[in-house]
Write a protein that binds this ligand. Structure first.
Ligand SMILES: Cc1cc2nc3c(=O)[nH]c(=O)nc-3n(C[C@H](O)[C@H](O)[C@H](O)COP(=O)(O)OP(=O)(O)OC[C@H]3O[C@@H](n4cnc5c(N)ncnc54)[C@H](O)[C@@H]3O)c2cc1C
Length: 614
């Protein structure tokens, strides 16, 4: 017991606990204060909110802005756009709710000091595309974090939340969360009347293209470790669309963004022989998905599909034609600044590979799959919708409340509503914050009750990897492989290999089928058993151990959903080889799952898709 008694247990009481201080979490913290002037609002973050989350490095564009002040777009238009991109499967109520409020969020960002580019002729925000506006966004995250810091009663940085805590007097009600300080090792127990999970998406669940040298380089933030999914899953919250993983076409080896190149620089792609390859695949795509290929803009997954087929046909590599655009000095500047403001690594990769985009058309490739609810796909928790426009089947409580009472979410955490991006995630945090305040006020003096036995047990479980390592280390004299413990990196590589080979990663050309998925689940089950033997040599590795736990549970959920949906709705994201076509008759629906942590079993069901916008 010596190992554990050294660690203090710190108890923190709050009205609203926000887990994750990224875009959604900062929005939730900010808005909770606006509506709950006298409430205790606590934000807990595993890094430091100043530079945490997917926006840590900065962005060059805000991808969700309507421009209603200039009549550029209406919220309904955005719903149609997101619906089109995801072959009809979006929660239109949630998407509409974000779209109608997102402009005010962007105006706040500007007021707080974010430099937004303006069109010199019209004075309006400089558009990159129909929905995107261009920013000088290297400091985007610190600017947003400052607003959250000022709004919060307390921000606890460097605390990794490992578990949610449930109310001992009322089943299915959340009562707080537990975790540990990644710097001093203290154990934290947060009691809260409402909890908002905004802990980002999931990278590194599928094997990345960069392994060995370069490992860690992924398109989505490498520290997005699936906590936003695992925390609610573990307490029985329903999840939706977890099969809807995303694959991105990006500049090769650096994952540099292509949006500004396509939209602003008007660059285009061609195969190794200088041909426009997309029309070649039109008929075969139509065969798979029907009329969806005729929609405008063509859904991203279908464009990925054409690229993948062209490479399989032996006419790769696919290149972005930059040589023409880069002759224009303005476009050349934009092309480079685009990387410097958000993915500086791509500029370094090009320099190291002698690629001057003025002279050489750089290669594109498709990424490994990621899981997220805020970008162009919509995995996440099944949430109650807004009172004024959600169909009754989508309403069981407060806006953005999951199927667990008092548990809310925002950003990547909430499923069904894609294309929120940074501004929409912050907006959804605001929506969740407002609803959580209402929930807390309605609770009145009632306090959720924590079970001391539960958090004391958790304390032992949370630090177990340190003990496993300290004891097991004596059995080996050199190296890192031990008969009695598994290091987090080894567990991660095993997970990535299973997901890659069985659930449709890059090594399997994004293809899977029922036998593969079934075997994948068996192997994930064995990996789960071994997680009890994770060994952590220090607090940093302890964090890695818990990130792995979260990734494995989220991966199991992804696999269950992929098995359940017996169609290929998004070719280019993944393929069910045994059900290669889109099937609107049987699968024009959401998939829902619920995990029972006592039995380890998953229940799957379908939920209807309602189109509230014509
Ligand atoms: C490469 C890339 C490019 C992008 N480009 C654009 C763009 O051009 N324009 C645009 O608008 N959007 C863009 N996005 C999307 C945008 O960044 C996301 O939509 C947004 O950040 C999602 O917000 P979130 O709050 O859900 O997650 P995040 O902002 O990632 O925040 C999650 C937070 O939770 C914390 N956390 C995670 N687990 C735990 C835990 N267990 N305990 C405590 N804290 C935890 C994390 O450290 C992080 O701070 C891009 C994203 C990426 C990765």
């Amino acid at each position: 017991m010596g190992l554990f008694t050294r660690r203090k247990t710190v108890m923190v009481d709050s009205d609203i606990l926000v887990i994750g201080g990224g875009m959604g979490g900062c929005g939730a913290t900010y808005e909770s204060r606006y509506w709950g002037r006298n409430l205790k609002i606590v934000c807990v973050e595993k890094a430091n909110i100043e530079r945490s989350g997917a926006v840590a490095q900065g962005l060059y564009a805000i991808n969700c802005y309507m421009g209603m002040q200039w009549n550029e777009n209406r919220p309904e238009d955005h719903v149609r756009y997101a619906r089109n991109y995801l072959m009809c499967l979006v929660r239109e109520d949630l998407g509409y709710d974000i779209a109608r409020h997102v402009d005010s969020t962007v105006h706040k960002f500007e007021e707080w000091g974010l430099p937004i580019m303006r069109d010199p002729e019209t004075g309006r925000y400089q558009r990159e595309g129909k929905w995107q506006i261009m920013i000088h966004g290297e400091s985007y995250k610190p600017i947003v974090a400052e607003a959250a810091r000022k709004a919060a009663t307390e921000v606890y940085n460097r605390i990794m939340v490992t578990h949610l805590l449930m109310d001992k007097t009322r089943p299915n009600r959340v009562a707080g969360a537990a975790g540990f300080n990644v710097r001093n090792g203290n154990f934290y127990v947060f009691r809260a009347k409402a909890v908002i999970v905004a802990a980002g998406g999931a990278s590194h669940i599928f094997k990345p293209r960069a392994v060995g040298e370069g490992m860690g380089r992924t398109w989505y933030a490498p520290w997005s470790s699936a906590s936003a999914y695992a925390l609610p899953i573990l307490v029985g919250a329903k999840m939706t669309q977890m099969e809807n993983r995303i694959v991105l076409t990006r500049f090769k080896d650096g994952y540099g963004p292509v949006g500004a190149y396509f939209l602003h620089l008007k660059t285009y792609t061609q195969n190794a022989y200088g041909q426009d390859y997309e029309p070649t695949w039109y008929e075969s795509i139509k065969e798979r998905v029907g009329d969806y290929v005729e929609r405008h803009p063509v859904p991203t997954c279908l464009r990925n599909h054409a690229l993948l087929e062209e490479v399989k046909a032996g006419r790769g590599p696919i290149r972005m034609v930059t040589k023409e655009a880069f002759k224009d000095p303005h476009k050349e500047t934009v092309g480079w600044e685009n990387f410097l403001g958000m993915t500086i690594g791509q500029a370094v990769v090009w320099a190291s590979q002698n690629i001057d985009p003025k002279e050489i058309n750089p290669e594109l490739t498709t990424s490994e799959p990621y899981v997220m609810g805020s970008h162009a796909t919509c995995s996440g928790a099944w949430a109650s919708g807004p009172e004024d426009c959600a169909p009754s089947e989508y309403q069981w409580g407060y806006n953005r409340m999951m199927t667990v009472e008092g548990l809310f979410g925002a950003g990547d955490a909430i499923g069904g509503s894609a294309h929120k991006f940074s501004s929409g995630s912050f907006t959804e945090g605001r929506i969740a914050g407002k609803a959580a305040v209402k929930y807390v006020k309605d609770l009145g003096a009632e306090q959720p009750q924590l079970s001391e036995a539960e958090y004391e047990d958790l304390k032992k479980i949370v630090y177990k990897p340190l003990e496993n390592y300290e004891v097991g280390r004596n059995e080996i004299v050199a190296g890192t492989v031990s008969p009695s413990y598994l290091l987090p990196i080894h567990g991660l590589q095993r997970l990535e290999k299973i997901m890659d080979e069985y659930v449709g990663g890059i090594g399997a050309h994004y293809t899977t089928n029922e036998p593969l998925l079934t075997r994948g689940l068996e192997l994930l089950g064995m990996l789960k058993e071994d997680l009890a033997y994770l060994g952590a040599e220090d607090l940093h590795q302890l964090q890695r151990a818990w990130e792995l736990q979260h990734r494995v549970l989220a991966s199991e959920c992804v696999t269950q959903h992929t098995l359940f949906r017996t169609e290929t709705r998004w070719p280019g994201y993944y393929y069910r080889a045994d059900h290669p076509k889109l099937d609107d008759k049987d699968w024009h629906c959401f998939t829902l799952s619920r995990y029972d942590r006592d039995s380890g079993k998953w229940e799957m069901e379908k939920a209807p898709v309602y189109h509230i916008v014509d």
